[in-house]
Design a protein around this ligand. Structure first.
Ligand code: KG4
Ligand code: ZN
Length: 338
């Protein structure tokens, strides 16, 4: 049978990415991250869309070049339709449409959140694919969801954040501690040599399987302000312990809800995705869950956890097999569920 070559395009937030997959196997995955936002302590939408405009053509060209194929080899183009920042989504959507139009090949729209989950189905040596049904915990700077996944395209959100995303909880806490954006990886780093029980932060009470993280950020702010008033060097002297305590609280919140979700659904297969799944503490707690609760856990390769186009490409491939194409009237959508 003939090879299926998919070009995946991702531009929902602040990473411009293009990837080529051959039969679900990644040939290239080029990501241009936007440094411009660092100085603002968060993503500035207007600057993000401008940077996508500058990056999209060279990033796609590079992905095709690295895959050692020609544009004419492409079977279809998959792009992120949403959710995300409208100005950013428009760049990828318009580009994908134009290229599909000029090459006269099918166009496939992809839901970014579904893609974070289906990244587990990228054909990769040494990485097993989760079996259905499984629970997906998607944790990033924009999202916090527990999804019951019954089949590739049969997904149900059973829990999500009612305010901040978990990545925001990391980044905003880091900002309070004077760490640069994005602070998540830095909290992780400092936490490794700290005492997680040094400073107890209370966990929010949220019904069901939903999450809340805005209270934690406020608790961290008040706590740090109070301590610094008494000792101006508090942060410097206690950075490791504070980071470890914040991370410990966040992980407890996530694991508690996962336990609850697993109990309610009877599902013990758990797959995580999104940038925060890089966190070493979360990975450790999930592994412990295998012994403590009989879970089977799946963590994708690092480059497929943060925003990337390979995950868009794998959804494109799965949809291609079903001939699930979209037409040229498709529009980007900032807010969509599944
Ligand atoms: O998926 P992602 O690259 O972009 C989206 O938000 O969609 O996730 C980025 C988020 C940021 O909030 C970043 O601080 C967080 O993931 N992050 C981490 C770690 N690595 C990235 N948070 C905690 N520990 C980490 N090791
Ligand atoms: Zn994402």
């Amino acid at each position: 049978s003939q090879n299926v070559y998919i070009l995946g395009i991702e531009s929902s937030c602040d990473d411009t990415s293009a990837s080529i997959l051959c039969n679900g196997h990644v040939l290239s995955n080029v990501v241009a991250s936007q440094k411009i936002h660092e100085q603002y302590g968060g993503v500035v939408p207007e600057l993000a869309s401008r940077a996508h405009q500058q990056n999209i053509v060279p990033v796609v060209d590079q992905a095709i070049k690295q895959a050692n194929i020609n544009k004419s080899d492409l079977s279809a183009i998959a792009f992120t339709r949403g959710p995300g920042l409208m100005g950013s989504l428009l760049v990828g959507t318009s580009f994908a449409k134009s290229l599909a139009l000029s090459l006269e090949i099918p166009l496939i729209d992809v839901n970014h959140m579904q893609a974070h989950i289906l990244a587990h189905f990228i054909d990769e040596e040494d990485f097993d694919k989760p079996e259905f049904p499984f629970l997906a915990l998607t944790i990033s700077g924009g999202h916090t969801q527990i999804v019951k996944v019954t089949d590739h395209f049969d997904m149900e959100i059973i829990g999500e954040t009612i305010d901040d995303a978990v990545g925001e909880a990391f980044d905003k806490s880091a900002k309070i501690l004077g760490l640069p954006y994005p602070g998540g990886p830095l909290i992780d780093k400092h936490a490794q040599s700290g005492n997680p029980k040094a400073f107890p932060f209370t966990k929010p009470r949220v019904d069901g399987l939903n999450f809340s993280f805005s209270g934690l950020k406020t608790a961290v702010l008040y706590f740090v302000q109070k301590q610094v008033k008494e000792n101006p060097d508090f942060i410097k002297e206690n950075l490791e312990d504070v980071c470890a305590s914040i991370q410990y609280t966040i992980i407890n919140i996530l694991i508690d809800k996962l336990k609850k979700a697993s109990k309610e659904t009877g599902i013990k297969t758990i797959a995580i995705g999104g940038g925060v799944s890089a966190n070493s503490g979360i990975r450790k707690s999930l592994k412990e869950g295998e012994h403590k609760y009989g879970w089977k856990t799946f963590v994708p390769k690092f480059e497929y956890t943060t925003d990337n186009a390979a995950m868009i490409g794998i959804v494109g491939y799965l949809k291609y097999l079903k001939r699930d194409f979209t037409d040229m009237s498709i529009v980007a959508k900032a807010r969509i569920k599944f």
